[in-house]
Design a protein around this ligand. Structure first.
Ligand SMILES: [Zn+2]
Ligand SMILES: [Zn+2]
Length: 339
């Protein structure tokens, strides 16, 4: 089968790879659309610590069921599906309480095992989600990034009555903006990059200039109260440290951004009780694909409209371009059979 293979950092090429065979409890999926995520860019640039080479990347996969391995069952062959790429061990504490997204032995399709930059991919059959008829393959491939926004909003218990401040208008921040907007919340977004902030505004967020003076601007917007919900999606330690100032008393802080391993942050300890604040981490997503797919089907998620389409054969060029300039495109999706 055709596949785009990461051989080593900065090396991706089209290969004729062996056809994968579904193991026990697994499904074979014919890939229709494969989204390129920042995680894939990190595999390309050699910054993804979890990957070993050679590897077929991609964890944002839409396609059709082909067949099942021993003991595997699910939707009939030909059914349109997206693959939830997060595979838990099923036995550790987080898996036992329904949080396989933080499984100690978490395996991710496209990182720990071969992913969707190929004609076919395998995954556990229970990781399949049905694609609503109204969604094309291209749009269905956005289920994974949208699910990250769903997870963040679930963690932050975001409702239509909330005002939400999203720190960072990168891919994760935008996913949060879109889902919080779709829920009906009033969404503010901030970023140091005016270009990124303009995209957040296009997706319906109220832009708030980042950097110096952000706290004053937020207090002004909220009549001195602070934001009921603050969602951190920059991964910058300084932004994380500011969340406790930005949040309203009684509010929630959700941390989605990743700081470097081992890097500490400092928070004003008295505010934990003074504000009785709730601080939550949010990692990838768990069981959020059905909601993400129905949000996409409702037409309330606009992110797909600013993404670019490519053929799988374009992968080497697209990765080289993005490594040089990550702002070169907002999002890329590879279509196996482009129209
Ligand atoms: Zn992704
Ligand atoms: Zn586990």
């Amino acid at each position: 089968m055709r596949a785009a293979l990461f051989d080593a950092p900065l090396a991706i090429r089209m290969v004729d790879a062996p056809m994968p065979r579904p193991g026990s409890g697994e499904v074979l999926v014919k890939v229709a659309a494969a989204g390129l995520c920042v995680g894939d860019l990190y595999i390309y640039t050699g910054k993804n610590p979890y990957v070993s080479y050679p590897r077929i990347g991609c964890h944002e996969i839409a396609g059709r069921v082909v067949s099942y391995g021993e003991g595997g069952n699910g939707p009939a062959p030909g059914t349109r599906v997206v693959v939830d790429p997060f595979i838990g061990c099923g036995t550790c504490y987080p898996c036992r309480i329904g949080k396989r997204n933080c499984c100690a032995k978490l395996a991710i399709v496209g990182i720990h095992r071969e992913g969707g930059f190929a004609e076919y991919v395998t995954a556990p059959a229970k990781n399949l989600n049905l694609v609503p008829d109204v969604l094309d393959d291209f749009t269905a491939a956005f289920a994974e990034p949208v699910a990250i926004g769903v997870q963040g909003c679930r963690r932050g218990m975001v409702t239509a009555e909330d005002s939400v401040l999203v720190l960072g208008a990168g891919p994760i921040g935008l996913a949060v903006v879109e889902v919080a907007r779709a829920i009906g919340a009033k969404v503010y977004a901030t970023d140091l990059s005016t270009e990124r902030l303009a995209i957040a505004a296009r997706l319906g967020a109220i832009p708030v200039a980042g950097g110096e003076g952000l706290l004053d601007r937020v207090l002004e917007l909220t009549k001195g109260e602070g934001m009921p919900v603050v969602m951190e999606a920059t991964g910058a330690a300084s932004a994380m440290e500011q969340t406790l100032d930005l949040v309203a008393a009684g509010g929630r802080i959700v941390i989605l951004g990743l700081v470097k391993r081992g890097l500490g942050i400092t928070l004003p300890g008295l505010d934990f009780t003074r504000k009785e604040v709730t601080i939550l981490g949010s990692r990838a997503s768990v069981d959020c694909f059905p909601v993400a797919l129905s949000l996409l089907a409702s037409g309330r998620i606009q992110y797909p409209s600013i993404a670019s389409r490519f053929k799988l054969e374009d992968a080497p060029t697209v990765f080289a371009q993005l490594a040089e300039n990550p702002m070169a495109m907002h999002k890329a999706v590879f279509l196996m059979e482009p129209k």
